[in-house]
Design a protein around this ligand. Structure first.
Ligand SMILES: Nc1ncnc2c1ncn2[C@@H]1O[C@H](COP(=O)(O)OP(=O)(O)OP(=O)(O)O)[C@@H](O)[C@H]1O
Ligand SMILES: O=C(O)C1=C[C@@H](O)[C@@H](O)[C@H](O)C1
Ligand SMILES: [Mg+2]
Length: 170
């Protein structure tokens, strides 16, 4: 197994599941959003405000192009699977898992979070339209889709670990 990438919309659980999966599989964990904040020394809302969204998207692609660790878990940012080049890198260098959560759950989790600039600037309707538009890109990026509705973080992590082990030994 090379890398395990978690993709999906904001609030679907990539960071929360990634952290737990790292513990379960005893593999190091990288959260792309946190790595970009560390590398630039700026919080994400500030990067968006000072340099704009495209600049942040370029940072995401650069991160994937330059990342040089294997055998690890990577939680991606919610927009990473939108670029074809990012999808290609992820699929070529690892196993991609899509955490598929229903929009109403996602909205409940994210609508008050000040660290998600896109949510702060948009209405619920706009975010739902974005969710629908993005869905096919998460599907296109993923080797495996994990439906998370009615599942606890622990159950999702166990299922993800089961899939990783199954594919490793297959
Ligand atoms: N299946 C679940 N059951 C209960 N809580 C969950 C579940 N999935 C996620 N959460 C909670 O929802 C919140 C958002 O999850 P998280 O931060 O992991 O999302 P994310 O996919 O990393 O979002 P982003 O793309 O914005 O970084 C967290 O508080 C997390 O604990
Ligand atoms: O869905 C998105 O476009 C984003 C999700 C977050 O993980 C961050 O990467 C940033 O807030 C943008
Ligand atoms: Mg996250």
């Amino acid at each position: 197994m090379k890398r395990i990438y978690l993709v999906g919309f904001m609030g679907c659980g990539k960071s929360a599941v990634g952290r737990r999966l790292s513990f379960a599989l005893k593999l190091p964990f990288y959260d792309m959003d946190k790595e970009i904040v560390r590398q630039t020394g700026m919080p994400i809302p500030e990067i968006f405000k000072l340099y704009g969204e495209e600049y942040f998207r370029d940072l995401e692609t650069e991160f994937l192009q330059n990342f040089n660790h294997d055998n690890c878990i990577i939680s991606t940012g919610g927009g990473v699977a939108m670029r074809e080049v990012n999808r290609r890198i992820m699929r070529d260098t690892g196993l991609v898992l899509f955490l598929d959560a229903p929009f109403r759950e996602i909205w409940r989790r994210i609508h008050k979070d000040p660290n998600r600039p896109i949510v702060q600037q948009s209405t619920r309707e706009e975010i739902e339209a974005m969710f629908k538009k993005r869905y096919r890109n998460y599907k296109a990026a993923a080797h495996i889709t994990i439906r998370t509705e009615f599942r606890t973080l622990r159950q999702i992590t166990q299922y993800a670990a089961f899939q990783v082990n199954r594919l490793k030994s297959g």
